[in-house]
Design a protein around this ligand. Structure first.
Ligand code: HEM
Length: 511
């Protein structure tokens, strides 16, 4: 009996010792280490760190409805950075549970992190639930594995290959425009209010299904629908502190997740298998999947396994559909509230495209449209922050950071920094991009919407091309204003989106 009690005491003491070390002593020592370097931040709270405070500030922001001409979305989506940067400075320490995390909003330091080629700043570990969205696709892999994946996926996004996709993008857009024409024709005065955000979700899913999977686009669309449901389940779980092994518990949410994951994997497997079976002399086809399959084979060598290809397909959907859909929605919002710019870019579209379906040559001439999209990405970039971590002790600018520290780059805050963008940083002014993105701010890499460096978004040209085709085709046919029903409430559900949709009043130009 005495022996048992003794053993229990040893276990209890060792657990308490660990808790004391990890949850109290270590945070205290780390906070002191940073304080000595002038890096301070909100106090550490036992177990939850800064999470409860982040939740509180986010909740306070999420109840706000902004004025339509207020572009400072950080009030709603990054309330904690908005409160903490003025209080603690551009570089400060906060806590995700007991994990120390540095907010880095100095652009030179951001550049050092994102341009790193030696793997000193890999992506932060993501909660297991996020793996179900991307699998081990390009977004989440690291090191040698990343090099291998990027080599296979890169050719599919080469500019000459993308240009071939313009026609498919325009055909998908035409289907949406035809539906809008039908809707407006049914109204006596030709004006019709529609939720364009919902249409753009459908359109971008169509575009990625057609451009990624060619003739198998219908099955591709099934994947998209399952992935969207999964995304909401994942987003819900992101701010919860997970207990060890919780991903294996058969909770209602986990059961739903497993079912969706099964549907996504099986459908993608069947698309890929039938593509492999139908190989002809000229390769696996000119869509993203075909180009990726071509590049994944070097003689008898397979650079990516079947599972890895499945994961890359998931990545196309998640990384490419949602983001572009929201970029389009925010561009429409800004053009509805800035009629002068709507007219200006319509004139440009009419000058270079007339009433024809835009082709790559016409698209390349649309300078003002590009400027409007860049300004949209600055104010309403779909990705509001980027996460990294340190894998060894490093010096970042003048700050020494220990191994295993999280790094969070609040893009949406940096995009509104008046020192970088000028006194009108909170206003919509596409002219700032007149001489290109690198000359728009006082620092050449201040625009971070697609990130920078080796891990820059692989799909940025795809997204910009698609957005230009879609906007040009809308501007050719319709004038539009914001519905009085619209409530300006941007929300970050992994990507930044209008919480209550985007009701727009369309008016055909020919009426
Ligand atoms: C407006 C549209 C888009 C935005 C704002 C956007 C933004 C970003 C950002 C910020 C990153 C870096 C994330 C990080 O480092 O943590 C990224 C990476 C990535 N994006 Fe995009 N993206 C867009 C469209 C697309 C499209 C259309 C595709 C593909 C069809 C795509 C595929 C990817 C992939 C695969 C990566 C990971 C690249 C790597 O790590 O090597 N994105 N994107």
């Amino acid at each position: 009996m005495g022996l048992v009690l003794g053993a229990v005491s040893v276990v209890v003491i060792s657990i308490l010792g660990r808790i004391l070390l990890r949850q109290i002593w270590r945070p205290y020592a780390i906070a002191k280490y940073f304080r000595k370097q002038g890096v301070i931040g909100p106090s550490y709270r036992f177990w939850s760190g800064s999470i409860e405070e982040i939740k509180r500030l986010k909740k306070a922001g999420s109840d706000l409805i902004l004025a339509n001409d207020c572009h400072d979305i950080t009030k709603r989506v990054l309330g904690h950075y908005r409160e903490w940067i003025p209080r603690y400075g551009e570089t400060f320490l906060f806590w995700v549970g007991s994990k120390p995390t540095i907010c880095v909003s100095d652009v030179q330091m951001v550049k050092q992190i994102l341009s790193d080629k030696f793997g000193f700043f890999p992506k932060m570990e993501v909660p297991p639930s996020v793996f179900s969205l991307f699998g081990k696709g390009l977004v989440l892999v690291e090191g040698e594995e990343w090099v291998r994946h990027r080599r296979v996926v890169n050719p599919a996004f080469a500019i000459d290959k993308l240009k071939l996709l313009t026609k498919t993008m325009a055909e998908c857009t035409k289907t949406m425009i035809d539906a809008w024409v039908y809707e407006t024709n049914r109204e006596g005065d030709g004006r019709k209010e529609i939720d364009v955000a919902a249409y753009f979700q459908e359109l971008t899913a169509d575009v990625i299904s057609h451009t990624a999977f060619g003739s198998s686009y219908k099955e591709g669309k099934e994947v998209f629908l399952a992935q969207r449901k999964l995304q909401f389940l994942v987003a819900e779980s992101l701010l919860n502190l997970n207990f060890p092994g919780s991903k294996y518990y058969p909770t209602k949410k986990n059961l739903q997740k497993w079912k969706l994951e099964g549907t996504i994997r099986n459908t993608l497997m069947s698309i890929i298998k039938s593509r492999l079976d139908s190989k002809n002399g000229s390769g696996f086809g000119n869509d993203l999947l075909g180009l990726m399959l071509d590049a994944s084979r070097e003689g008898d060598n397979e650079l990516l396994s079947m599972d890895e290809i499945v994961d890359e397909c998931k990545t196309f959907f998640f990384a490419g559909q949602e983001t572009t859909s929201h970029l389009l929605a925010w561009a429409m919002f800004l053009l509805s509230t800035n009629q002068d710019w709507q007219e200006r870019i319509r004139d440009e579209v009419m000058e270079y495209c007339g009433n024809e379906i835009p082709n790559p040559e016409m698209i390349s001439k649309l300078k003002l449209v590009t400027m409007v999209l860049l300004e949209t990405l600055r104010l309403y970039g779909p990705v509001v922050q980027i996460a990294r971590k340190t894998t060894k002790d490093v010096s970042l600018g003048s700050v020494n950071i220990q191994k295993d520290t999280g790094l969070l780059i609040p893009i949406a805050m940096i995009h509104r920094n008046k020192k970088l963008w000028g006194a009108d940083a909170d206003e919509f002014n596409p002219l700032r991009f007149e001489n290109g993105a690198s000359k728009a701010a006082t620092h050449p890499t201040a625009l971070l919407a697609f990130s920078i460096g080796p891990r820059v978004c692989i799909g940025q040209n795809f997204a910009m091309l698609e957005a230009k085709v879609v906007l040009a085709m809308i501007l050719q046919q319709f004038a539009f204003t914001l519905s009085p029903e619209y409530k300006h409430a941007p929300v970050d559900v992994i990507t930044l989106q209008p919480k209550f949709g985007l009701p727009i009043i369309l008016k055909p130009l020919l009426l």
